[in-house]
Design a protein around this ligand. Sequence first.
Ligand code: NAD
Length: 258
Amino acid sequence: MDKLLDFTGQVTLITGAAQGFGALLARALGERGAKLVLGDVKKEALQGVVADLQKDGIEAIALDCNVAIEAQCKAMVDTAIEQFGRLDIAVNNAGIGQPLELTEDVDDATFDAQWKVNVMGVQYGMRHQIKAMKPKGSGTILNVSSMAGLGGAPRLAAYSAAKHAVIGLSKTAAVETAALGIRVNAICPFFSLTPLVTNSALAAAGLDQAKAQLSRGAPMKRLAEPEEIVNTMVLLLSPGNTYLTGQAIAVDGGVSAM
Ligand SMILES: NC(=O)c1ccc[n+]([C@@H]2O[C@H](COP(=O)([O-])OP(=O)(O)OC[C@H]3O[C@@H](n4cnc5c(N)ncnc54)[C@H](O)[C@@H]3O)[C@@H](O)[C@H]2O)c1
């Protein structure tokens, strides 16, 4: 295997791994040799993902982890160390959407939910991941933001605010830890048809119509396949990708170039 894509023995934690990007990433890294500690609130779905990985000889552990609860984020790090001896890679991927509403209509409960899961979920994760990586002087963290974290996202004010915060957290942690051998980046995908989008209010109004409307505004005239986002995650996490830190990488088929 090409050294750049060789994750043999890399102890990797992924939150939100029961479906969507998280589940695909688990398989992509597992097939390249990573040892996996996977968390999600969807216990049964996660156990199914882990059973499939194990069937194919991939080492993987499922943990019941709500990223809004710090103790459960810490338990993922503790499990990586107890079971595999260290933590090399952490992907703070778990996230939730929000109802489509104009800014003036978004209520406090929507902001609170975004803050707890999409912002504190990343902070709780990094708090314990960085502490585990510091003593060994190496580690890679990837936080999943969004194109909504790089610019305004009409009718998604709370989600956009939360995803902007993920970039602020990622850049700050990157600067603080760069000299310690730790890399921290954020990835900012454009719309991709994972369950987050196909089960959203946007899709409820008609998935084909929503897809066509979003695609029209994109230079490639299509949305991303979930695998395309995950392939970029793999490249960002590559053990050979040693000088890239503090970046918010748009994976958007050229949307942000316009
Ligand atoms: N799909 C897209 O178009 C898109 C675009 C930009 C960013 N994102 C981001 O990508 C990440 C992954 O989303 P996805 O598209 O794969 O969605 P998804 O809904 O398919 O997967 C998200 C996973 O996170 C889990 N999760 C939700 N809340 C959780 C919590 N509190 N604790 C632990 N797990 C929790 C869900 O159960 C689910 O398994 C999210 O952060 C999302 O905001 C997605």
